[in-house]
Design a binder for this molecule. Structure first.
Ligand SMILES: N=C(N)NCCCC[C@H](N)C(=O)O
Ligand SMILES: O=C(O)CCC(=O)C(=O)O
Ligand SMILES: [Fe+2]
Length: 330
């Protein structure tokens, strides 16, 4: 259950990463401490920062820099990779095109998903079928982002092992049919800053991204330094800032983990408001279940939460497609 947390905990996960594949993982004291902190953060906030994650700071920064360079390009250039239903909802969306609860978001973005080959998931896979659309400018965009996706996938798998232990499950609870072939999503997002024309500030509080929960298992947020814009809602309805902490990712749990844990962990509402003069970039990586995974509360979590199932099962791909279709009314 989310609480009235006032700040977001920071967890050093290096001990977990050192031993993640050790069969006696949980017997290691340092690992057990990481697992305890993950459990507390997921129960109380559904959000945490991670440090000691092993992804080089230089790469994390390069990814944001290249995103800035893309968003700086003229509109015609960016529209060469325009997202539509025909591209499997992959590609560039201009400002105001993504919709959250009926209101256009003040962001532009490139959306990428794990590739879906023709016929791969039958009718279930049709909406997202296709390959990603990468910009040809900047020229190394695709190779840099593919390297980044590879490292984020690897890191997320290891964090999910820690979360599996936190739930009292087996280390491979989120592998195999559940998330052994994760349907990852990458959103490269740009939020314009507040501009001042004629010395007067434009109206503030334009919503960069309206309040929402994420859809899958675990999100890794790589946000620009020195701009605070991401806000997380606590149980009392207060919006708690998640300021950038250099060298960390902001992590949060998604809707599928809420179902799997029978509500022990919640996918917490969050939103983005960029009230700063600078343009802000965020590269959000989403680690999700297998596209065709049937997600249901884990037995171990049902036992921990009073013995009855609180949620209907969901097929992840169906959940995703219903979200994507309402995000883009095109
Ligand atoms: N893949 C993820 N989680 N994307 C999050 C986007 C959130 C905003 C979207 N318009 C919505 O209403 O969900
Ligand atoms: O820009 C951010 O910090 C977070 C973006 C986000 O919540 C999302 O894309 O799901
Ligand atoms: Fe989000």
């Amino acid at each position: 259950m989310a609480t009235d947390f006032k700040s977001i905990p920071l967890i050093d996960i290096s001990a977990l990463l050192e031993k993640w594949d050790d069969p006696n993982l949980i017997q290691d004291e340092a690992v057990a401490e990481v697992v305890r902190q993950l459990d507390e953060a997921c129960r109380k906030a559904g959000f945490f920062y991670v440090k000691g994650h092993g992804i080089p700071d230089s790469l994390i920064k390069e990814v944001r820099d290249i995103a800035h360079r893309f968003f700086d390009l003229p509109c015609e250039e960016k529209l060469k990779i325009k997202l539509s239903a025909e591209t499997g909802y992959r590609g560039y969306q201009h400002l105001g095109e993504n919709i959250t609860k009926g209101t256009p978001d003040m962001h532009e973005a490139i959306d990428c998903y794990r590739e879906v080959k023709h016929g791969m998931y039958g009718a279930l896979g049709e909406a997202l079928q296709g390959a990603n659309q990468w910009p040809s400018d900047p020229p190394n965009f695709k190779s840099l982002l593919e390297e980044y996706i590879y490292l984020c996938t690897d890191l997320s798998r290891k964090i999910m092992r820690g979360i599996a232990l936190a739930l009292g499950g087996s280390t491979v609870e989120f592998e195999g049919n559940r998330a052994g072939d994760p349907f990852w999503v990458l959103r490269i997002i740009g939020y314009p800053g507040v501009s001042s024309e004629n010395g007067h500030d434009m109206p503030k509080n334009d919503i960069g991204c309206g309040a929402h929960t994420d859809y899958g298992l675990l999100t890794l947020v790589n946000q620009d330094d020195a701009i605070t814009a991401l806000q997380v809602r606590n149980v009392s309805g207060e919006w708690i800032a998640a300021p950038p902490i250099p060298g960390t990712f902001v992590c949060n749990i998604g809707d599928m983990l809420k179902i799997l844990t029978n509500g022990l962990y919640e996918s917490t509402l969050h939103r983005v408001i960029n009230n700063n003069p600078q343009y802000r970039v965020c590269v959000a990586y989403f680690y999700e279940p297998n596209y065709d995974a049937a997600i249901e509360p884990l037995d171990v979590c049902v036992k921990k939460t009073g013995g009855s199932r609180k949620f209907e099962g969901a097929v992840y791909g169906k959940h995703l497609v219903s979200k994507v279709r309402t995000n883009f009314v095109i």
